[in-house]
Design a protein. Sequence first.
Length: 541
Amino acid sequence: METVEYEGVVSSFDISKLPLSITTTEVNLTGSWKFFKPVVKEKLSPCSLACPSNINIARYIMHIVKGDLKHAAEILRNENPFPATCGRVCPHFCQYECNRANFDEEVSIRDIEKFLGDYALEIPLEKTSLELKKSVAIIGSGPAGLAAAYFLKRFGVNVTIFERENELGGLLRYGIPDYRLPKNIVKREIDNIIALGIDVKTNTEVTPKLLTSLYENFDAVIVATGLWKGKVPENIEIDNKYFFKGIDFLKKINKEHNIFTNEKIAIIGGGNVAIDIARTLLRYGNTPIIIYRRTIDEMPAFKEEINDAIEEGIKIREKLILKDYKLDNEAIVGYFGKVEKIIDNRVETSEVFEEEFNKVIFAIGQDKEYNFPENGNIFYIGDILLGPSTVTESIASAKKTAFKILNFFGATDNLPDENFFRSFKDYSSKDVVDFEKINTFYFQKTPKLQKEKIPINRRISTFEEVYLPITLEDIVNEAKRCFNCGICNKCGTCWFFCPDVSVVYEKDSNESVDFDYQHCKGCGVCSSECPRGVIEMEEDK
C-alpha cells in the first residue's frame, strides 16, 4: 500500500499576491440579474373564511405554538368576546373547511378555542382610550346584544343595555343547559364585557311603544331581543300542565331547576332545543322521548348533540307526527301517525297508533314576540334578524351591525388596530389558501386530539360538563398540527434553502420574513418550498 503524505492547506509562502478575495461578496449586487422577485403575500385560511366572525384562527394558533397564550387570546377576543362560550356551544363551521382534513384529520379548533377562552377569563379586556360622543341603546342582552355592546364600546361609544330579566345573558343564561355551558363561564365572560364601562338596566322590558322614547334619547337603537315565542300546532292549547312550549320550558327549568321527576315526556321537534330539553329532563330522572317527523339524519340539531343524546339512552322516534290526543286520568294519550311523505310542508301519514305520556313539550320553532317599528336609526341583530341561528352567527351579526352604526356615525376612518373588524378591511382583497397550495412534505401525519367524556352514569345524573378538561400539553400538540395556512410563521424553510442568503430572517420578530432584493436572483426556490403558500413570485419591474 502506497503511503500518502499529508500536507497543510495553508501555504508556507506569501499568498498576498494571489487572486484571492479578502473582502465580502456583498458588493456584487447580483439582484440586478433577476426578472422575478419573491414577496410575502398573506392569504386567508379556509377556516377563517368559514367562521361567521372571520376570526384569524391560523394566527392565534401560531402564537399558542410559540408559547404566547396571552397574545393568542388577544387575537381571538379581538374578534369574539365569547371564546369560552363558543368553544363549548359553537358547531365550529371552521373545522369543516380545515385543510388538514385533506391530509389526515382536521384540527380540533373548537377545543383549542375553549382552552384559550378559559385561560382568558382571568384577563380583563383592555379598555379603549377613544371617546366618541355618541350613545346607543341595546334591547336584549343575549350573545348578539352583548357582542354589539363590546364592539361599540371599543370605539368609545356610550352603550346602555336594557334587559327584561334580572340577569344578563339571554339564551346563554336561560336557554343552554349547564352540561353544555356552565353558568359561571357565562357570568365571567359577561362581567369582562360589562367592566369596559357599559351601562346596564335589568328588569326593564322595552316594548314597541316604549321604543319611541329610546330613539329620541339615543343616537341609535339596536334590537337584539331574540326569538322567545315558541310555536305550537293550531290544535294545541298550551296550559303549562300537560302541554308546554319548548323555549318557555327551557327558560323555566334554567330558572327553577327541577320541575318534573319520574315522568314520561314527549318532546316534539328535532332541533337543538328539543335535544337540550330531552337531555335536561333525563338528568332530573324523567323518561324523555323525542318525536320527529323526519329521519334522524335530517334533524337540524348539531350532530354531536344528537349522538350524545342517543349515547345517554334517549330514544328518538323518527318519521312520526302527533295527529290528535285525549286527556285520560292525568295523562295524555297521543295518536301518532307514521309519516310517508312531506310535500311543501304537507304531511301524508299511514298507520296511526296511540301512546301515553305525562307531558308533551313542543320544540318546533320560535318566533319574535314584538314587531318593532322600522326607523333610520334602529338596527336589528341576532335571531330577530337572522332567524334561529348559532351563537357565533349572532356575534358576527352584531359585529357587522356595529360597523354599520360606526359608519352611520362617520367613525370608521381610524380603526383601533390591525385586526379589529378585519373582515371588513381585508377579506375581499386576499386569496384563500386551498389544500393544493400547502407543501405537505414538511408535515407528518398525526391523529387529532381525542376528547374524553365523563362516564355515562355520571352524565345522566349530573349537570357537570360532558367533556373532561384538556391539558396545556394536549392543546399545544394539537396547535402544532395546524398548517397555519396563509400566514408566515417564521419556520425558516425559505432561509434554509435560499442559495443567495437573501432571506432576511429574525426568528424572534413578530414580522414575516423579508428579502434582500439587491442580492436575490429570483430563482423561486423559497416560493416552491414554502410550506403554507405564503411566498409568491412576481415580476421585478
